[in-house]
Design a protein around this ligand. Sequence first.
Ligand SMILES: Nc1nc(=O)c2c([nH]1)NC[C@@H]1CN(c3ccc(C(=O)N[C@@H](CCC(=O)O)C(=O)O)cc3)CN21
Ligand SMILES: O=c1ccn([C@H]2C[C@H](O)[C@@H](COP(=O)(O)O)O2)c(=O)[nH]1
Length: 302
Amino acid sequence: MSAADTAADDQYLALLRQIMEQGDRRVDRTGVGTRSLFGAMARFDLSGDRVPILTTKRVSWKTAVKEMLWFLSGGTNIRELIAQNVRIWTDWPLAAYRRATGEAIDQAHFERRILAEPGFAERWGDLGPVYGKQWRRWLGPDGREHDQIATVVELLRTAPASRRILFHGWNVAELGGMALPPCHMVYQYHVTSDGRLNGLLFQRSADHLLGTPFNWTGAAVLLRMLADQAGLQPGTLVWMGGDVHLYLNHLDQAEAQLARAPRPAPRLRLLRRPDSIDGYRIEDFALDGYDPHPAIKAEVAV
Ligand SMILES: Nc1nc(=O)c2c([nH]1)NC[C@@H]1CN(c3ccc(C(=O)N[C@@H](CCC(=O)O)C(=O)O)cc3)CN21
Ligand SMILES: O=c1ccn([C@H]2C[C@H](O)[C@@H](COP(=O)(O)O)O2)c(=O)[nH]1
């Protein structure tokens, strides 16, 4: 097995070990507590359909892809996620609803109401101007909306040597209205002279057990779609983490994962090339040779 075949797991586990051994122990916003490292990097070769989807636990990669497609659609309401059986964002609107109403509604009931009642979803299911809004409809001071994704695709096609091919989620003026400020916040792209697309994601805050595996998957899938749309080959994905942390209630899960041996990485195929970046559907993605260790359950810190 060549090193490239286990590169994602190897880098993931090395970082996990480093957080456990050297991470600064501190109380975080959620009150759960973390061990935290500042400043980390990982690099992934995405050529030959390689994709950084972990094998040392089963990653719900389709959930991560659906989340990325939801960002791209400009969506900010969890209704569109729940309709696709994606529940990873429910906790935040649910907490807000419970705080506001004092009702002890359970998650399943809340999700059923979000799906069944459009008015309820509009009032309680929206996360505010989060990723999708900023990526596709960043509001300028003159009232004009900026589609950052369309601009990236356009630049990849017409100005591949540009050093300005990026989009940003950190809209300072709108942070207050967001359920959570963006974690994966800047994506920059770089085209080599032989037509390969490199990408870099800066993530200011990374929940290494639950968030990082999703964020690596999402960033890789996005790079693949952009490459396809611009007629480029997938190159290298660089991930940079700011505060990379392990929640203190994830220590047992981390130990269990560290004890597992990485398996050969799967391959991701895009089955169709839609006319635009807006045309992708979950059915367009196929993962071959994915034979992971079992999933590892963990509580998400809200
Ligand atoms: N503390 C925290 N960690 C995060 O990773 C995170 C947030 N908050 N807030 C916003 C989003 C939501 N994200 C999440 C939330 C939950 C899971 C999660 O529970 N994942 C499980 C099950 C996934 C499933 O199949 O539904 C996992 O095992 O990966 C993952 C990412 C990423 N982000
Ligand atoms: O895509 C995501 C979204 C969120 N996270 C994690 C990182 C932190 O643990 C929390 C956010 O809390 P902050 O106090 O705003 O940093 O969510 C992630 O890893 N990936």
